[in-house]
Design a protein around this ligand. Sequence first.
Ligand code: BJ8
Length: 425
Amino acid sequence: MGEDYRGMWRDLGLDLAAHDVLLGVLGNAYRDIFLSQKNRPEGMAYFDFVMSEVHGLRIRELLDEKKSGRKIIGSYCVFVPEEIVLAANASLVGLCSGADFAMEEVERLLPRNTCPLIKSSFGFKLGRVCPYLESADMVVGENTCDGKKKAYETLGGLVGNLHVMDLPQVKSVQGRALLKAEYERFRAAAEKLTGVPVTAETLKKAIKTVNAKRAAIHCLSSLRRADPAPISGLDALLANQVFFYDNPARFTDSVNGICDELERRIAEKKGAFPGKTPRILLSGCPQAVPNWKLPFLVETSGAVIVGEESCVGERGTRNLTDDSGETVEEMMEAIVDRYFQVDCAIFTPNPDRLGHIREMAAACGADGVIHYGLQFCQPYLMESIPVETALEKEGIPTLRIETDYGMEDAGQLKTRIQAFIEQLR
Ligand code: BJ8
């Protein structure tokens, strides 16, 4: 880390010793997983820098913004609309839930058989190691899966200002009305937090900012479809992960810069992997920072990941918000329309997701799909069975993986992944 941020972390109430351990583990993992890759685009240097300063410079920036009156809102789900947050003069940050931490303490509050993502969010709080969580003026929870909605009842006692958003479970007229009502309630809560009312002007500007960020990621996603793939799945995942932390305008510029470079690489047939490397589409649970386990196993087993059907990936970013509205009311409708299309497995039935997986597999030229289910995640594990059956029936080889954040099963997973890749060849 470029500067000594210990004073800042102390002021935020972090447990410095535990935080040092986390940064040490993170730094080593990053070096071994990302920096050891060959043929990376030069533009990834930006993301290397961002990751090296993820608890330093970015936090300092956010705290400086706070000094000038801006607020920070933390979120665990892609259903929290960044457009509303920005328009109310706040910054939205994703809260890490991608590593085990303080598990003994976590398991005093949550059953052992809770999904790793939920346990991780508690671990970062109980272990006092997340500067984003500690600097947030409001944390937004959402009633998605049963695990999350019950866990927020307990999290409410641990974080200062938890706003729980109710979410529909069915894509119906009533479901949309609920989402609309909840987004209105969230808008009011954000305005109350910041003291800044959302206006047509600020909302339009915010929609454009978030759309630009998504459009940059769409561009990256479409360039990954070339063969040879000009960027590894790990690096593309990293860009999707940084999407949740970085300053939006700077992120957009950086990703657009990488896209220019990828276009040149495609023209020169310069790949992160050789041409005809087996191509995998990952589908399933979100991979939050620093959960790089599965792509690392896949890409060190002779395949390249060419897309993520995931909330840290295309499920989270795929649709833009219509920015043609002129009033707050019209633009709020457009926001509801956009987010109501997110096909999270908490919806029942959820046929759109299978359609999207098929569509992505074809567009990315994927040779096979790996379905990634986090242990104890009922929605995605349940859905993985009909997804696998349908894809296999259509001749798309599919491998279902169920795992957690530990490395104990890495050897066994690697064997299964290698056998799957062999089958694709
Ligand atoms: S919109 S996927 S970000 S809820 S992995 S906690 S579902 S038991 S994270 Fe998600 Fe929003 Fe849906 Fe996306 Fe529950 Fe499953 Fe755990 Fe999960």
